[in-house]
Design a protein around this ligand. Structure first.
Ligand code: HEM
Length: 401
């Protein structure tokens, strides 16, 4: 058990989520907000959101989809992302057909392939005694696993990652911007996914593109728009979040040798370590903003129909009213229901896949590279919104042949 400390106390503002300082060290912002402004209405003259920080309020919003809807407002363009932009009962129909594709039993079939991929990547750099962790492990491992599962061509790996980067991070510093870079990237992936769906119509394969084409909802096949909305969300959700988590975890483990040593000596602790690091790091900082459908209140503050609520997941996960000593990363903490995968009906569809990838990658890596550090003088830079260490050089102090 190590106390990771509480840094100085900055102030959470409208654009904080987009700032690298926030991404690197969000905990003091969360705490300041919970203590002084747990329901914060903030805007930039164009857009306004209500940011919420306390576990109690976030829990309520995530579990009341009728009052706090996930449907997009008029300002958001493009086809609906399925199932995330639907509310129950429509949403439940989609989860009924998608859940079996990502069930623990389906995902368990990927275990050997993930371990082989992890070891193949480690083979590529282990003898060098160092690696560029993001580019050589955290990006390719989950992206290649997910692309293979979907049926996206692996030789287009770099193009797919580049498109995903432009969609998620091409909008510059402004929260919720609709930048031309993002629009162009969306068009590019739409075209490619439509081509791949056409190819699978002609030549079915053992992949999720084919499975989606053969799936029925309410006794009919999915329309083209529905296929595109589903594939687009899977593309965005599947290609970034595990990379974000891996890079946050390894930055933590590289600087906290006691925790790392525990994983090396007792690999059985890995599932608990993953949950605790997901809780503490909360790489996905927020869920999709929720649209208030009728006048109500949150934490005693009035909110109105049309307001958009942004629940800060990392703040809920580090709220001292539900987590004892939240700044202590404790792999032996009693199991708790954290919100790193969201909560309520939209709780992450890919959580079983994500957990499997995180478990296997930690297990294989620490079996072969038990000791490593970040070279002196390296200033880590975290990408905004989805917390990802963009450049994480690691030097190995011990490798196992
Ligand atoms: C550690 C990795 C991951 C984290 C931290 C994460 C986090 C989240 C969160 C917070 C939500 C809730 C969004 C909301 O309520 O608005 C969510 C939903 C979702 N995630 Fe993940 N995710 C991860 C991995 C994945 C993967 C690998 C996939 C690929 C299948 C995936 C697919 C989805 C989908 C489709 C939804 C929408 C579910 C719905 O609306 O019912 N996620 N995820």
């Amino acid at each position: 058990m190590t106390d990771v400390g509480t840094p100085a106390e900055p102030v959470f503002e409208f654009n904080s989520l987009m700032q690298p300082e926030f991404s690197k060290c969000p905990w003091p912002y969360y705490k300041q907000m919970r203590d002084t402004n747990p329901v914060l209405r903030a805007g930039n003259g164009v857009t306004e959101f209500v940011f919420i920080a306390r576990h109690e309020d976030i829990d309520r919003v995530l579990h009341a989809p009728r009052l706090f809807s996930s449907r997009p407002d008029e300002s958001q363009s493009g086809d609906p992302l399925i199932p995330i932009t639907f509310d129950p009962p429509e949403h439940s129909k989609w989860r009924r057909i998608l859940d079996p594709m990502f069930s623990p039993r389906e995902m368990a079939k990927l275990e050997d392939g993930i371990a082989q991929r992890a070891n193949g990547l480690i083979d590529g750099f282990v003898e060098r005694g160092e690696c560029d962790y993001a580019n050589e492990y955290a990006v390719p491992l989950p992206c290649l696993v997910f692309m293979q599962l979907m049926g996206f061509p692996l030789e287009e790996f770099e193009t797919f990652v580049d498109i995903k980067e432009r969609i998620l991070r091409g909008g510059g510093e402004s929260f919720q911007s609709q930048d031309p870079v993002q629009r162009q990237a969306r068009d590019q992936i739409d075209t490619r996914i439509a081509e791949l769906l056409d190819e699978r119509r002609r030549e079915p394969r053992d992949d999720l593109l084919t499975r989606l084409l053969n799936t029925e909802i309410e006794g009919r096949p999915l329309t083209h728009e529905e296929l595109m909305g589903t594939c687009n969300l899977l593309f965005i959700a599947g290609l970034d979040t595990v990379t974000d988590s891996l890079s946050c975890f390894y930055a933590f483990l590289a600087t906290n040798p006691v925790h790392r040593q525990r994983i090396v000596e007792d690999p059985d602790v890995i599932p608990k370590a993953v949950e605790e690091m997901l809780r503490y790091e909360s790489p996905v900082t927020m869920v999709l903003p929720r649209l208030v459908t009728e006048e109500t209140e949150l934490g005693g503050c009035p909110v109105h129909a049309g307001d958009r609520i942004v629940p800060l997941l990392g703040s809920a996960n580090n709220d001292e009213s539900v987590v004892e000593n939240p700044h202590v990363v404790d792999f032996d903490r009693p199991a708790m229901r954290h919100y790193a995968f969201g909560g309520g009906v939209h709780r992450c569809l890919g959580s079983h896949l994500a957990r499997l990838e995180l478990h296997i990658s930690l297990r294989e890596w620490h079996r072969r590279i038990p000791e490593y550090h970040i070279p002196d003088g390296v200033e880590l830079k975290y990408a905004a919104l989805l917390r990802q260490v963009e450049h994480l050089p690691l030097v190995f102090d011990k490798v196992v042949a």
